[in-house]
Design a protein around this ligand. Structure first.
Ligand code: PMP
Length: 362
């Protein structure tokens, strides 16, 4: 029996995607070999690679102006690659810091060039419980770009509408909510998303980048760290993480069959709505620290009113096959991640446990 997996990432994958991999693991399309064992230049893998590109273009509704890249190094390498390519000497970049990952992105940019904090609604205890208000944004009209984290995996906040940056290019880390809802890609010069939450296993990062902007990038950067290198080579400049990309194909096929991001938006809103409502109903056994309008649909952060019950809560959850609920060490408490692959029945099981625990401990 499969667990109800609420892990923040690597996260649960859709069962059909895993079953497809299982069925063809030893003999991929009658080649007599696994896909893991084939050249990345040979036809069987080339078809997988092309299908992933096609599915991404369709599902993310990527306009012709943007290239799709499949890179390695995690979203963390993107923290460095973005400024290395797009932050020239004499310019500065604006960072909207709304959590741990935004802090890391800013820190990397500061190693490359001049990076400004354009907003940072941090609490005195180091947590982030809300997004900045429009009045709090201190945007520099001459910035090389503005960087935003779409969904804050650790603290559970999520932008619903992205800030207006005028002529300044907008760059976004979509690692924890890519393809969870429709997004107007044309508003962004660059989007990046690590795969291990909504897209597949770890090992691959999807980048959508405006072609013209990419051509304007610095070229005094090592070849492998230039976006243009990978775009020119169709993300086959060097050996790609073939198995991660293959599994992403299975996940994207599943997502396509489910109706894509538009269908996911409804399903994800229902899942998160049911969970937040149950947590609110059971107050004060549970507390929701995040400001209501900034709450994430992907990562639901909550605390037990009595933190001495944390261990008992997690133990009981494990017995009910509810896993991955312990919060990030910097946020404390609990976190239920509700990525695309988490089904409504998983959320129902969690809600039933929450109610039962509250009754026993209220
Ligand atoms: N950005 C966000 C929003 C994340 O959630 C994570 C990982 N949890 C990262 C960046 C870092 O990703 P990676 O470990 O793939 O470098």
């Amino acid at each position: 029996m499969r667990a109800h997996n609420f892990s923040a990432g690597p996260a649960g994958l859709p069962l059909p995607a895993l079953e497809e991999a299982k069925a063809e693991l030893l003999d991929f399309e009658e080649t007599g070999m696994s896909i893991l064992e084939q050249s990345h230049r040979a036809a069987p893998y080339a078809a997988v690679h092309a299908e992933v590109m096609d599915l991404l273009r369709k599902l993310a509704n990527v306009p012709d102006t943007h290239d799709i890249l499949l890179l390695q190094g995690g979203a963390s390498l993107q923290f460095a690659m973005v400024p290395m390519n797009f932050l020239p000497p004499g310019r500065s970049a604006d960072y909207l810091v709304t959590g741990v990952w935004g802090q890391k992105a800013l820190a990397e940019a500061s190693r490359v060039g001049r990076a400004r904090t354009a907003a940072d609604p941090i609490e005195a205890d180091g947590r982030y419980l809300r997004l900045p208000t429009p009045e709090e944004l201190r945007l520099d009209p001459d910035a090389a770009y503005v960087h935003v984290t779409s969904n804050n995996t650790v603290f559970g906040t999520q932008w619903k509408a992205y800030p207006e940056t005028g002529e300044v290019p907008l760059v976004a880390d979509f690692s924890s909510d890519f393809l969870s809802r429709p997004v107007d890609v044309s508003r962004f010069k660059l989007i990046y998303a690590g795969a291990q939450k909504n897209l597949g296993p770890s090992g691959v990062v999807v980048v959508l980048v405006d072609r013209e902007w990419m051509q304007s990038a610095r070229d005094d950067v090592p070849t492998i760290l230039r976006y243009a290198t990978h775009a020119k080579a169709g993300s086959l400049y060097n050996t790609p993480p073939t198995f991660s990309i293959y599994l992403m194909r299975n996940v994207l096929r599943w997502l396509d069959g489910m109706g894509g991001p538009a269908a996911m938006e409804t399903r994800n809103a229902q899942k998160a709505g049911a969970l937040y409502a149950a947590l609110e109903e059971c107050a004060p056994v549970y507390r929701l620290p995040v400001k209501a309008e900034d709450r994430s649909v992907m990562n639901v952060v909550f605390h037990l009113g009595d933190a001495s019950l944390d261990e008992a809560f997690l133990k009981g959850a494990k017995e009910a096959r509810l896993v991955g609920l312990k919060g990030h060490r910097t946020a404390g408490g609990m976190r239920a991640s509700l990525y695309n692959a988490v089904g409504p029945s998983d959320v129902e099981a969690l809600v039933a446990y929450l109610r039962d625990f509250a009754k026993r401990n209220g």
